[in-house]
Design a protein around this ligand. Sequence first.
Ligand SMILES: Nc1ncnc2c1ncn2[C@@H]1O[C@H](COP(=O)(O)OP(=O)(O)OP(=O)(O)O)[C@@H](O)[C@H]1O
Ligand SMILES: [Mg+2]
Length: 496
Amino acid sequence: MKAISKSFHGIPANQDIHLSIESGEILGLLGENGAGKTTLMNILYGLYQPDAGQISINGKGIRISNPVESIHHGIGMVHQHFMLVQNHSVIENIALGYKKTPFFFPKTKIRKKVEDFSKNFDFHLDPEKKVWQLSAGEQQRIEIIKALLNGADLLILDEPTSVLTPLEIKELISILRQMKAKGHMVIFISHKLDEIMDICDRVMVLQKGKIAGSSDTKDTDKQSLARMMVGRDVVFNIHREKITRGEKILSVKNINALGDKGLFAVKNISFELFKNEIFGVAGVSGNGQRELAEAITGIRPLFSGQIKINGKDITNKSPRTIYDNGVSHVPEERMRFGIVPGLSLYDNAILKQHHTKKFSGRCFLNYKKIKDHTSAIINAFKISTHSISNQVRNLSGGNIQKLILGREISETPRLLVASHPTYGLDVGATEFLRNHLLELRKQGSTVLLFSEDLEEIFELCDRVAVIFDGQFMAVLDSDDEQLCDIGLMMAGSKRV
Ligand SMILES: Nc1ncnc2c1ncn2[C@@H]1O[C@H](COP(=O)(O)OP(=O)(O)OP(=O)(O)O)[C@@H](O)[C@H]1O
Ligand SMILES: [Mg+2]
């Protein structure tokens, strides 16, 4: 890519970008939320047309007007947010994107191909399963197979690991290494510096739409990359002061809840949460975390058991009633449940509060207050957007995450249920969010934090529960000596 520039509504998203990659190379692409990474890759994939600049392959200038053409040129892309049809099977989804799909549905042929690829790259995928039954890692494998089946020499992965479990990340890395060995090229976008250092041969950093620098990974380190990205030193300076916890806020008693597949996903869990504390739930994802969060916030019905907030029974009450009792929720699948992409930032900023006195007059919404509130969130979270009337679908992935976070936590909720709140955030925003959670704790909120990131858990939490197969293996204080065994407990051994 040579001298690529692209603006939206007169605001530059990419300015004079040069990028090259050669056979067998894995290139990392780094940059803050809104730096222009996805835009640049969408140009390479033919989704956007650049305003200026050229693209060439093997020295030959080409024009890529749409993804069909980029696939033809051997370029494949796995998007930041998957684009699969939930009710279709693995085979059907692959057939949908298959460039050679003939008039008749080539089911047996595609099944055979999926099996061959699974063997060749050593991964597991049941071709007959429906997409909604699959984990994030499995869905991603569909996207990768789709690209490879179409003959992709260059695979673009936009934040592929933010939705994966640690085990799935290992599997992905192994797939990428095999691709590299076979001469494929990979462009890998991530906010996780460890991963970039581990997987990539070379890394390029974007800052506010421009190249801030690039380097072979062997000649750089995490600190330098973070500095290049943010323009200042990023030291995770997080200090959790001692606070005596207050009165009881949440009581969860012997709750059971079914998962999507009709089996018990939450099994007889009991615990209590108190004012001024952050309570972490650590575990490998898929062990009941999502279902537990949904049960507490009213999205998933309880099979049995009882939940009280501030002494009031909220068992099987509606999400709205539970919200009105002071419970905020940052859901795991924020793109599906957290926003309406076609609405403006300010509509989205009050999605669950439009009925409250704060934002509505007698009959009409009070737009002045709504807009002020939205501007405050934009400032606090440094959301990059040209206007608060901008549709949310035009924001970068990380900036959408920030908007949802801002909406849910700006009000000092009584209880905040937060699932993986730092997913998709750049290093600066992560630091800000963690400090903000500690600030909420100080101001008297209670936080129930679901995270797979043990560093995050240790930094923030007063107590940690370890979840495995829908059950708590242990609840540990932050100074418990057994904290070092947390890895074992996450794999299913109960506290002795
Ligand atoms: N279709 C669009 N219409 C208007 N603005 C857009 C559009 N797509 C991207 N932008 C803007 O371009 C800028 C760069 O966005 P981009 O999605 O490339 O960032 P990113 O580096 O991928 O960030 P993140 O880490 O948050 O995913 C942002 O300010 C975004 O709002
Ligand atoms: Mg992006």
